[in-house]
Design a protein around this ligand. Structure first.
Ligand SMILES: [Zn+2]
Length: 102
């Protein structure tokens, strides 16, 4: 089965620090189609993106900007983004997962 897991799975605030999937994505991974898995992996790798991360400028994906009603970031614990640039756009998974959990 396709998986972005790099064997460093360690959940931190409902997000894996290794493969940057949310615990919801990991839990539901087996029920996803190959197309859904490809989509999520492409988003994690920045191959499909809606904008650039305001912190590291990496390409990242916000599902809300793509017209969906919810985003992957709804599924993780709220992070302390107090000291991070307020630009109104989402950070990438990597930057978000590095922030302290509230
Ligand atoms: Zn970033």
């Amino acid at each position: 089965m396709k998986s972005p897991c790099i064997g460093a799975c360690e959940s931190s605030g409902s997000m894996c620090v290794g493969c940057q999937r949310t615990t919801k994505e990991i839990a539901e991974w087996q029920s996803y189609s190959d197309a859904q898995r490809d989509q999520i992996m492409a988003e994690i790798k920045g191959e499909t993106s809606s904008h650039e991360c305001p912190v590291c400028q990496a390409k990242t994906q916000c599902d809300i900007q793509n017209g969906k009603s919810r985003c992957w970031c709804f599924d993780i614990d709220k992070r302390d983004s107090e000291n991070v640039v307020k630009s109104g756009v989402c950070m990438c998974r990597k930057c978000l997962s590095a922030l302290p959990i509230l």
